[in-house]
Ligand binder design. Structure first.
Ligand SMILES: NC(=O)c1ccc[n+]([C@@H]2O[C@H](COP(=O)([O-])OP(=O)(O)OC[C@H]3O[C@@H](n4cnc5c(N)ncnc54)[C@H](O)[C@@H]3O)[C@@H](O)[C@H]2O)c1
Length: 325
C-alpha cells in the first residue's frame, strides 16, 4: 500500500490496460509509456499478439501479464483501462459464451479491482450498444435497437451489460467510471484476417484478390484513426470524477462501403475488382457517431482524415502481407 500512496503524489501513474496486446490496446500502452507512465498490460492473447507490443517489451516501464479477465486479478495500480474483449464478429462469434463472459465477468472482476483500489476505470464500450439504430446519427441518450438472441448478441448484449455494471458500481460504490462508446476504428495492428472492413479491403487489395462487398455496398460506416481514439481515451481518463460518460468517440465522416473500397483500390494501386455477397444477419445499415458530447466535455475532435489514416494502415499491412510471402 505504501507504494500506492507514493505514486499518487507524482504524475507518473501505474496504469493497467486489459486487452493491451490487441489492436487498440497496444497503441494505448505505447502512448501511456511515451507520456511517462508505467503500464501493466494484461492479455490472454486470444486475438492480441506479442508482435503488437514487441517494441515495448524491453521498456523499463512496461510489464506484460498473461491473464484471462474472467478470473479475478489482484494488482496495485492507479488507473484501469478495460479493453479486453474480442472485437470483430469472426473472433467474438468463435466462442460466444466466452465473449459474454469476457465482457460481463471481466467487467465484474475489473470493477472489483477498481473498488478495492479506489481507482478510476475506463470501459471500452462500443457503438454496437446502439444495435441497428433507428436514430441517426447516434447520440448517447439513444437506448439502442439490439437483438438479444442473435449471433451478434454475445458481443452487443455483453457490452450493454458491462455498461450496466459500470454505472451500478458508480452509483452503489462510488467508483469513478469512464464509459467510452467506440465507433469503427482502424489503423496498424488490426488483424489481417478478422473480417473487419478496413483490414479486409486493404489485405484483399494488397493480395490482388477481389474485394468483398456485403449487400449492395450502400451501407455506411464511419472510420476513426486509432491515434485519435487513444487521445480521446486519455482525455476521458483525465476528467473529474463526475464525468462518467457514456461518450461516443468516432469519426462522423460517413462513407459507403463502395466508397471505401474505391479509395483503398486507389491508394494501394491494386487491380482488385469488387465481389458482392449477401448481407450477414443483423448487420447495421448505417452507423455514424454524434460527437458533440466528446467535443464539449473533452475538447476532443478527430484530426486524421480517412485518406491519411489509410495510407499509414496500408503501409503497415504491406509489411504484414510481405512477411506472408
Ligand atoms: N476496433 C474497433 O473498431 C472497436 C469498436 C468498438 C469497440 N471496440 C472495443 O475496444 C476494445 C479493443 O478492441 P480491439 O479492436 O483492439 O480488438 P482486439 O481483438 O485487437 O483486442 C482485444 C484484446 O483483448 C484480449 N482479450 C480477449 N479476451 C480476453 C480475456 N478474456 N482476458 C484477457 N484478454 C482478453 C485479446 O487477446 C486482445 O488482445 C474491445 O473491448 C472492443 O470491444 C473496438
Amino acid at each position: 500500500m505504501a507504494t500506492q500512496h507514493i505514486s499518487r503524489y507524482s504524475t507518473r501513474k501505474r496504469v493497467l490496460v486489459t486487452g493491451g496486446a490487441g489492436f487498440i490496446g497496444s497503441h494505448l500502452c505505447a502512448r501511456l509509456i511515451e507520456q511517462g507512465h508505467e503500464v501493466l498490460c494484461v492479455d490472454n492473447f486470444f486475438t492480441g499478439t506479442r508482435a503488437n507490443i514487441a517494441p515495448l517489451l524491453d521498456h523499463d516501464s512496461f510489464e506484460l501479464m498473461r491473464h484471462d479477465v474472467t478470473f479475478p486479478l489482484y494488482v496495485e495500480v492507479d488507473e484501469i483501462y478495460n479493453l479486453a474483449c474480442p472485437a470483430s464478429p469472426v473472433h467474438y462469434q468463435f466462442d460466444p459464451v466466452q465473449t459474454t463472459k469476457t465482457s460481463v465477468v471481466g467487467a465484474v472482476n475489473m470493477l472489483g479491482l477498481a473498488k478495492r483500489l479506489r481507482a478510476p476505470i475506463l470501459q471500452a464500450s462500443t457503438s454496437e450498444v446502439y444495435g441497428d439504430p433507428s436514430v441517426h446519427p447516434q447520440v448517447e441518450s439513444y437506448w439502442g435497437n439490439v437483438n438479444p438472441i442473435g449471433p451478434r448478441s454475445c458481443y452487443d448484449e455483453g457490452k450493454r451489460c458491462a455498461e450496466t455494471l459500470f454505472f451500478d458500481y458508480n452509483r452503489q460504490h462510488g467508483i469513478p467510471i469512464k464509459v467510452i462508446r467506440i465507433f469503427n476504428t482502424y489503423g496498424p495492428h488490426m488483424h489481417p484476417n478478422d473480417g473487419r472492413v478496413v483490414s479486409n479491403f486493404i489485405v484483399q487489395a494488397l493480395r490482388g484478390q477481389d474485394i468483398t462487398i456485403y449487400g449492395d455496398g450502400q451501407q455506411t460506416r464511419s472510420f476513426c484513426y486509432v491515434d485519435d481514439l487513444v487521445r480521446g481515451f486519455m482525455a476521458m481518463m483525465a476528467t473529474p470524477n463526475e464525468v462518467t460518460g457514456p461518450i461516443n468517440l468516432g469519426n462522423p465522416g460517413e462513407f459507403t462501403m463502395l466508397e471505401l473500397a474505391q479509395i483503398v483500390i486507389e491508394l494501394t494501386g491494386s487491380t482488385s475488382r469488387l465481389e458482392h455477397r449477401p448481407l450477414p444477419q443483423d448487420d447495421p445499415k448505417q452507423r455514424r457517431p454524434d460527437i458533440s458530447k466528446a467535443k464539449e466535455t473533452l475538447g476532443w475532435d478527430v484530426t486524421i482524415p480517412l485518406r491519411e489514416g489509410l495510407v499509414k494502415t496500408i503501409d503497415y499491412f504491406r509489411g504484414v502481407v510481405a512477411r506472408e510471402g
